[in-house]
Design a protein around this ligand. Structure first.
Ligand code: SAM
Ligand code: SF4
Length: 328
């Protein structure tokens, strides 16, 4: 079992499979994109598989694939099959922008994927284009319905709340949970190398943050009921509109820090273990694994270096890589 110096058990590994993406979300990356890693510096599937096996032998039971956009990596279905073959891994999930999900949902399910988290910040196709700079709302919506039809459940929809853009849509997004058994989750915007201006029509990034407390205030008329002991809730706190089929969650790393409950390690696409999303500490694995060295001591080192908590505020973080490079 991997246990950190604060007594937290590490049972969850979040793997970024690529630093490429078919969208350009304003809060996640610059309009011109980022300098991409060379093909050779990205971990191969056999290398990821080996890391998963060693992590699983040491107590990790949950794997989440993310990116960049995980569905743009070739043969992602094969990686899911490989991970599914590891008996200790009981839960495999994927975070996606859903642009390609209509095409992939059934195959992902067949390969052994349990569930998906889908990023959807707005129900307005114009705003969707503005936030993602290139995306098509209709394709994403079709992807969500395909995931539901394929049985990739529970469906979690993640909306990053941005003042002046989608804060007015919080009630409409929350209302989706009334008729659908979906988890609608509102995420506080984090200052992760996205502090440059996002262009015309956006507030300055430092003014765009909306706290969980303010979101709850906006939803006051719904009389939300707290939902306790929800399976697989992770860092989210859940509520329900009385009588609704689904739930509403909040992920509030700034307004209500949840570091004490953190059970995860992250693996970047270029093969660094990152004990905390919001700290610069990274332990390189790639060369060690390519030389055939034992990487368990590196996993243990990453766990021992896991900070007790992050130091970011709504305006400031020291993070030098943007979210899609780390694997948000
Ligand atoms: N491309 C996939 C997607 O969008 O779901 C997976 C990668 S994306 C980096 C993972 C999650 O990070 C998304 O839900 C996205 O909204 C969130 N995210 C990106 N930048 C963020 C930021 N600055 N603050 C809060 N969440 C952010
Ligand atoms: Fe791509 Fe996801 Fe970042 Fe949007 S949030 S740019 S979809 S990685």
């Amino acid at each position: 079992m991997l246990i950190d110096t604060f007594g937290r058990k590490i049972t969850y590994l979040r793997i970024s499979v690529t630093d490429r993406c078919n969208l350009r979300c304003a809060y996640c990356m610059p309009a011109e994109g980022i300098v991409r890693q060379s093909h050779d510096s990205i971990l191969r599937y056999e290398e990821i598989f080996k890391i998963v096996q060693i992590a699983a032998d040491n107590g990790v039971t949950e794997i989440r694939l993310t990116g960049g956009e995980p569905l743009v990596r070739e043969d992602i279905v094969e990686l899911i099959k490989m991970i599914r073959s590891v008996p200790q891994i009981t839960d495999i999930s994927l975070t996606t922008n859903a642009l390609l999900l209509e095409e992939y949902a059934a195959r992902l399910k067949l390969a052994g994927l349990n569930r998906v988290n889908i990023s959807l910040d707005t129900l307005d196709p114009e705003k969707f284009k503005k936030i993602t700079r290139v995306g098509s709302f209709e394709k994403v919506w079709a992807g969500i319905l395909a995931a539901e039809a394929a049985g990739l459940q529970p469906i979690k929809l993640n909306a990053v709340v941005i003042r002046g853009l989608n804060d007015t849509e919080i009630p409409a997004l929350a209302h989706l949970s009334v008729d659908k058994p979906w988890n609608i989750r509102f995420i506080e915007l984090m200052p992760v190398k996205n502090q440059e201006s996002w262009g015309d029509g956006f507030l300055p990034p430092e003014d765009a943050y909306v706290s969980k407390q303010e979101m709850l205030q906006i939803l006051q008329t719904y009389n939300l009921q707290a939902v306790h002991d929800m399976d697989g809730s992770g860092p989210a706190k859940y509520y329900r509109i009385p009588g609704a089929k689904g739930t509403i969650g909040f992920i509030s790393p700034i307004g209500e820090k949840f570091c004490d409950e953190c059970n995860r390690l992250r693996l970047t696409a270029d093969g660094n273990l990152r004990p905390c999303l919001l700290s610069e500490i990274e332990i390189p694995l790639r060369e060690a694994i390519r030389k055939g060295e034992d990487i368990l001591p590196l996993l243990q080192k990453a766990v021992l270096l896991k900070p007790g908590g992050h130091e970011i505020t709504s305006h400031y973080s020291s993070t030098g890589r943007c979210m899609m490079q780390i694997g948000g």
